[in-house]
Design a protein around this ligand. Structure first.
Ligand SMILES: *Cc1c(COP(=O)(O)O)cnc(C)c1O
Length: 369
C-alpha cells in the first residue's frame, strides 16, 4: 500500500538513520495518534489546556511546573524571552529587541552546535545575546565566572552528542557557578531519554523535544521552577505567538509521556536485538556484504546493524549509501561511519516492511555490478 506521502508524489522514505528532523523524527503510536485526533476534533480553553499540560508534564519530570511548546527550539527561545522579561508585559512586547536589558547568555564554545539550526540563532530569537566562553575543545570554570557581568541573564548548558564532550565545564559545575551568582541555569536536553535527571540535579529550566525520545507529536516543553515557567507561559502573548502549539500537539505529547513511563525498556531492547539479528542474517546472504551486531557507542541498550563491503564490489560505502537513497523507496542509513567504510542501520525507526525493503534494494545494487 502507498504511503500518504507517495499519494502526493513524494518518495517513500525508509528511515534507518535515527530520530532525524530531516526525515520526520519519529512515527506516532496508535495511542498517541488517537489522542492527537481527539484533541483536534474538540474545543478547549487553550490557557487552561496549557496549565493542565504543565501540571501533567511535571508529574513525569519532578519539576514544580512546565510550559508546553511546539518544539525544543521554541522552548529555548521562549525560555530566553521569559528570563529576560521576568513577567513584565512592556518588556515582553518589545522582544526580541532586548537592547539595554540584562540579556547575555553564557554558553561554552564547545556547546555552540548546529543541530539542524545553530543553537545561538535560537537563543537570539528569544532576545538572548550569546556570550561564547572558552575555546572549542577547552573551557575552564574560571572563564565562566569571569564572563559573568551585570548584563548576564542566565547560564546555558547543551547536553547532546553534538557537543564537544571533552574539556567542557560539567553541568554540576555550571549549576553551582550559576547559583553562586544568583543566576538561573537552562539545560537543552532536547534528545535526552531521562525526563527527571537534570531537574533533580538542580537546573532551573530544562528543555525537551517531544518527537525524539518520547515519540510524541511535533512538540516540546520547558520544565523547571514555577516562577520562571510562569514568565515562559506569558510569552504566548508575545514572541511565543509565532511558535503556537496546537491542542492536538499537546494531547499527543501528554499521551506519549504516559506511554513512555509504561514502556518496558528491556523488552524494547530485546525486540530491537531480534530485528537487527534478522536483518543481518538476510544482509549476509547478499554478495559483497558483511553484517554484524553493533551496540550503541554510548553503551545504551541500543543495537544497530553494521555492514561492511568487500572492495571487489567496486563502490565506497558513500556510493552505496547514495544508491540506497535514489528512487522509491529512498533508504537512509546512519551515515556517521561511512568515512570508515561502515554502513549502519538503526532499526528503531523502521516501520513494518522496511527491513525487507532494505534487503531487497541492497541486493539489487550488488547484483547490478
Ligand atoms: C533536536 C535538538 C534540538 C531541537 O529540537 P526541536 O524539537 O527539533 O526543535 C535542540 N537541541 C538539541 C541538542 C537537539 O538535538
Amino acid at each position: 500500500m502507498k504511503t500518504i506521502y507517495e499519494n502526493i508524489g513524494l518518495q517513500r522514505v525508509v528511515n534507518a538513520s535515527g530520530r532525524m528532523t530531516y526525515l520526520g523524527v519519529s512515527t506516532l503510536s496508535d495511542e498517541v495518534a488517537k489522542a492527537a485526533v481527539e484533541g483536534g476534533q474538540n474545543y478547549v480553553v487553550i490557557a487552561d489546556l496549557i496549565d493542565k499540560a504543565g501540571e501533567l508534564i511535571s508529574k513525569h519530570t519532578g519539576a514544580e511546573d512546565s510550559c508546553v511548546t511546539c518544539s525544543a527550539s521554541a522552548g529555548i527561545a521562549i525560555s530566553m524571552a521569559g528570563l529576560i522579561s521576568k513577567g513584565k508585559t512592556s518588556v515582553m512586547y518589545r522582544l526580541p529587541d532586548s537592547s539595554g536589558l540584562k540579556n547575555e547568555v553564557i554558553i561554552q564554545k564547545g556547546h555552540c552546535v548546529d543541530y539542524g539550526a545553530p543553537i545561538t540563532t535560537i537563543i537570539r530569537l528569544g532576545g538572548g545575546v550569546p556570550v561564547e566562553v572558552g575555546n572549542a575543545n577547552m573551557v575552564h570554570p574560571e572563564e565562566i565566572e569571569e564572563a559573568i557581568s551585570e548584563n548576564t541573564v542566565c547560564l546555558f548548558y547543551c547536553k547532546s552528542h553534538h557537543c564537544v564532550q571533552k574539556g567542557m565545564v560539567s553541568l554540576e559545575e555550571m549549576i553551582s557557578i550559576a547559583h553562586k551568582h544568583d543566576l538561573p541555569l537552562v539545560v537543552d536536553a532536547a534528545a535526552e531519554e531521562d525526563m527527571r535527571k537534570y531537574v533533580a540535579m538542580g537546573a532551573d529550566l530544562v528543555v525537551y523535544s517531544g518527537a525524539k525520545a518520547l515519540e510524541a507529536t511535533t512538540s516540546g516543553f520547558i520544565t523547571g521552577r514555577k516562577d520562571l515557567i510562569s514568565y515562559c507561559k506569558k510569552q504566548y502573548a508575545g514572541i511565543g505567538r509565532a511558535m503556537k502549539v496546537g491542542k492536538e500537539q499537546i494531547m499527543g505529547l501528554i499521551a506519549a509521556m504516559d506511554r513512555y513511563d509504561n514502556i518496558d525498556h528491556d523488552k524494547v531492547a530485546e525486540e530491537n536485538l531480534k530485528t537487527v539479528n534478522a536483518l543481518n542474517e538476510q544482509i549476509n546472504k547478499i554478495p559483497y556484504c558483511h553484517a554484524s551486531l553493533l551496540q550503541d557507542e554510548a553503551g545504551r541498550k541500543i543495537y544497530r546493524s553494521k555492514v561492511t563491503f568487500d572492495k571487489e564490489c567496486g563502490m565506497s560505502a558513500y556510493e552505496i549509501s547514495d544508491k540506497l537513497k535514489e528512487g522509491n523507496p529512498s533508504i537512509h542509513c546512519r551515515p556517521n561511519q561511512l568515512n570508515l567504510g561502515v554502513m549502519m542501520f538503526d532499526v528503531r525507526p523502521l516501520v513494518k516492511g522496511d527491513s525487507e525493503l532494505i534487503v531487497e534494494k541492497l541486493r539489487k545494487i550488488m547484483e547490478e555490478i
